[in-house]
Design a binder for this molecule. Structure first.
Ligand SMILES: [Zn+2]
Length: 178
């Protein structure tokens, strides 16, 4: 277990591994990791193919062993699977591939992570919007109260003014006619 390499270590060792410059033991660790890790396998194959082209070694291009017909089917059905649009039989097929094929499993995990992220950001936006909305309402209420407070004394003044005017006019009329 201690001899297991991380992806970073494998990546750093890859071109030495391809050029056969590692010790037998280290080479073995890299090989073991690549066999289990689809993303490192992918890097290995790409680097190997690239090096083959550069150095022009007569060596057949290696295909990713995980990209099978089954995997292609999986890929084309994946979004339907996620959206629950497949029948039971097809669902089982997808599950089986995702268990047996690390590349398929990785794809599925990626999609689920992505969905979760999307959902989280949606929830976040929703709660932020709610927050904003309640803040807005409170702000509006405060604004209205403020307006009322501002208008009220003025209204009172107008009413007082008209009341006084009525009294004065009534008084004048009283003096003149009685
Ligand atoms: Zn790896």
């Amino acid at each position: 277990m201690q001899n297991q390499l991380t992806c970073e270590q494998v990546e750093a060792l890859l071109n030495f591994y391809i050029e056969n410059k590692l010790s037998e033991k280290l080479s073995e660790y890299v090989r073991k990791h690549i066999e289990k890790c689809p993303s490192c396998m992918d890097k290995y194959i790409k680097m190997r193919n690239m090096l083959n082209k550069i150095i022009n070694i007569e060596c057949p291009e290696i295909e990713n062993p995980y990209i099978t017909k089954q995997y292609e089917d999986f890929k084309s059905n994946l979004s339907a699977y996620i959206d629950n649009e497949l029948d039971d039989l097809e669902n089982i097929k997808i599950k089986k591939i995702s268990i047996s094929n690390p590349l398929a499993r990785q794809d599925l995990e990626k999609i689920y992570t992505f969905k979760k992220l999307l959902h989280n950001s949606y929830e976040k936006t929703k709660s932020e919007f709610k927050n904003d909305l309640s803040k807005n309402i409170i702000h509006q209420l405060q604004q209205e109260n403020y307006e009322q407070d501002r208008i009220d004394p003025f209204t009172k003044l107008v009413i007082t003014f008209f009341a006084m005017l009525t009294c004065i006019v009534a008084g004048i009329i009283g003096i003149l006619y009685f």
